[in-house]
Design a protein around this ligand. Structure first.
Ligand code: SF4
Length: 379
């Protein structure tokens, strides 16, 4: 898909970027040292040029978005991740668990625009049985058969498997049979044991996260992948994280989109850590695009990086800005100041003003055609 505008030639004052540029232009894979060199460079325009080159080679000027709704059935969680402002103990102020009817009603409320995706994630509840989650999905499928259900992070899958005394495979099969169509990418954080021990030592480790994702992919369930950055990790930890994802993708091809997530420290135990800057957010998008050469999509999640930075990211390697969302809890509990949702027309405007061509996709990146408040998906 060729870009529609001419490019100026690659240029940099940073000699460490020259050999990396040669590899990128030749279509060769970058290695660990290249990743560290990219993080060490302050020539963001040169790195952005390379990421944009790869992005346009894959997608031309197309920028994807979707019309989705987030549903967080419970914020009750047995884990106490230091990175988290969302999870609560069962009797703590602000804790909630939706009755099934309430969750189905939540799905139906929001903007009048017909959503094509429900994005469902929540806490690790100590008492809710596996059946609650299967019934939740079955009920949604019954009421909204046309909507794609993207539900349960690898962390939730592993936790529910443990509680139901099932293997990861059997848990995923039950979820798929109930109506789960794909999985989101959350809970990956940073795979490094050292960092995980500091920010989320109650969660499954990096290898378990990757194995759960690989099992889902082998069952035919696509997933996304994320990385939480901007806390106590080093550049080497980020490169390690990206290359471990790339290795699984070589094996399964099941990841659709990589979403770098900036750490929001407000109301977490790590509140003393400053928020990420726009420069760091843009750098993360660009380096992800360059290292993850086998991931089709890199998403600039507007809720997390603000609509303004997400718009700029569309010129630094990102080809997707996520969706309407409608109601976001996880980042807003951690102090996000972005709106909780956006209208379809706002997303179209953001993309168009970034000089890209908006493309409404469903979860599997198929074209969505709308008329009034209904939609059809090109299959
Ligand atoms: S990050 Fe997830 S697993 Fe950890 S405390 Fe928060 S909700 Fe629970």
């Amino acid at each position: 898909m060729p870009p529609t505008h001419p490019r100026h030639p690659f240029q940099t004052n940073d000699p460490s970027l020259q050999p990396i540029a040669e590899k990128v232009l030749a279509g060769n894979r970058l290695n660990f040292d290249d990743g560290v060199a990219l993080y060490s460079s302050s020539d963001i325009l040169a790195i952005g040029w390379l990421a944009n080159y790869v992005r346009e080679k894959l997608h031309g000027d197309t920028a994807y978005f979707n019309v989705n709704r987030h549903i967080n059935p419970t914020n009750v969680c047995v884990a106490s991740c230091r990175l988290c402002a969302f999870g609560r103990k069962k009797d703590a102020p602000g804790s909630y668990t939706m009755a099934l009817e309430e969750a189905w009603q939540t799905a139906a409320t929001g903007y009048s625009e017909a959503v094509t995706e429900f994005h469902i994630v929540g806490g690790l509840h100590p008492d809710l049985p596996f059946e609650y989650f299967l019934d939740l999905i079955r009920g949604l499928k019954q009421r909204f058969p046309q909507v794609h259900i993207k539900a349960f992070t690898m962390v939730e899958v592993a936790y529910l498997a443990k509680r139901a005394k099932l293997s990861i495979l059997d848990t995923l099969v039950a979820m798929r049979d109930a109506g789960v169509d794909s999985l989101p990418g959350g809970g990956a954080e940073i795979f490094s044991d050292r960092v995980r021990h500091i920010i989320c030592d109650h969660k499954i480790d990096g290898d378990e996260w990757l194995q759960t994702a690989a099992t889902a992919h082998k069952l035919g369930l696509k997933s996304n992948a994320t990385m939480l950055y901007g806390h106590v990790e080093a550049d080497e930890d980020r490169v390690d994280h990206l290359l471990r994802l790339r290795a699984v993708q070589d094996e399964t091809g099941g990841f659709q989109t990589f979403i770098p997530l900036a750490f929001h420290p407000d109301h977490t135990v790590l509140e003393h850590i400053p928020r990420t800057t726009g420069m760091m957010d843009i750098q993360q998008i660009a380096i992800s695009r360059l290292l993850l050469d086998n991931f089709p999509h890199i998403k600039a999640y507007w809720q997390m990086m603000t609509p303004k930075i997400a718009q700029i990211a569309l010129r630094f390697g990102a080809d997707d800005i996520d969706g309407t969302v409608v109601e976001e809890k996880i980042y807003h509990d951690a102090g996000a100041t972005t709106p909780q949702g956006m209208r379809r027309s706002d997303l179209v405007r953001l993309i168009t003003e970034a000089g890209r061509v908006p493309f409404e996709r469903d979860t599997l990146y198929r074209a969505v055609t709308r008329s009034e408040d209904t939609f059809t998906v090109a299959v």
